[in-house]
Write a protein that binds this ligand. Sequence first.
Ligand code: PEP
Ligand code: CO
Length: 457
Amino acid sequence: MSTWSPSSWRAKPAKHIPDDYPIPSQLAEVEATLSGYPPLVFAGEVRRLKQRLGDVAMGKAFLMQGGDCAESFREFHPDNLRDMFRVMMQMAVVLTYGGGKPVIKVGRIAGQFAKPRSSATETIDGITLPSYRGDNINGMAFTEASRMPDPERLLKAYGQAASTLNLLRAFSTGGYANLNNIHKWTLGYVKDSPQSQRYSDLCDKISDAMDFMQACGVTPESTPQMAATEYYTSHEGLLLGYEQAMTRIDSTSGRWYDTSAHMLWIGNRTRDLDGAHIEFCKGVENPIAVKIGPELGADELLKLIDALNPKNEAGRITLISRYGHEQVAKELPALARAVKRSGRHVVWSCDPMHGNTLKTSSGYKTRPFDMILSEVKNFMRVLHSEGCWPGGVHFEMTGQNVTECIGGARELREEDLSSRYHTHCDPRLNADQALELAFLIAEELRVNRSDEHAVAV
Ligand code: PEP
Ligand code: CO
């Protein structure tokens, strides 16, 4: 640790960070410019999220993390942000009511641009070009110019993240998130779906309870938690030049915080113990999540946890399991047992998206709703039977009416995918599917709960 600095990662092997900027000095200039820009989040907020995640680690709260696979410049629109916020609020209501615990809301938002890619190049009709790597690096269009990394994109991504956060702060504290508005969060196109009726029935129950509480003097005016909500941001800490530029010393604590987001995660492909991504995350105080997937042994997992959390602070580490619906039941028990036996505090969260991706015969990447649900259920059952708290979920989702994942109550079929397939990277749940999943998870939470406060939703 004594040799750590925001740039010490540069001496380590760095996977998935582009090194083919045409003029490297231009990238350095942009990073220097960014390091003089205002922080996007504040250390006090980051500390509060860590406290909340500490509650999750102790089984007293539930984490709900979700958003786009990749944010894009093209889909940047206040309506899209509002719709994502709405559906996350609805899901949180369902999970809070069903699980009987506070739900900590963390978006994959305001900085989720850079993507690790399985291949460095893409070939179409005999032409090979560098792969698309996220809007803060290069462009999606299949032309040589567009696929060239461009440092100016980092400044545009920072600007988009800043205005996204500004709007999210307004939504969460400016009145929109007031619990009296729960009926209003339903999106237009979800209105005629079975989820909508179920959600509306739940809102009626909550409204009745609130009328009663308000008659007793507990009102949004007297109880700020009813008038506003806490909403946190996160993204994959992949592009370390950007993360370094956003890392500042907090004047209150004298410690380093990455001010690009409240929480960062390290991807399944970049979590090498001796690699650049672990090195960078070691030295910042933010809560860190690590994606864990097939073939990670218990010994290596414990070493990863110790590297990132030597003081065993609850809330510092979230393990996001992403095995696929079948593999999770085979691989997770040994890991859960080893972590529990060692006394290390972690949040266990489930990403049921990245291990369940298929390609259809017509070439679309998709994810079947049933597999997504089955992975969450298997994850929860494994952890319960190991005596651990299945503390959270991690989704790729959108508030838009896209057709990217198949299945769900509306039985989206392979043939439907082409009608509204808009993702810049992986297939996302649409709002309807996301809400349906929240109801199904709420049921699972209720089934698995051992205390007497479980409620049917
Ligand atoms: C992601 O979350 O978008 C991602 C690339 O996941 P993973 O690292 O789990 O593959
Ligand atoms: Co993805």
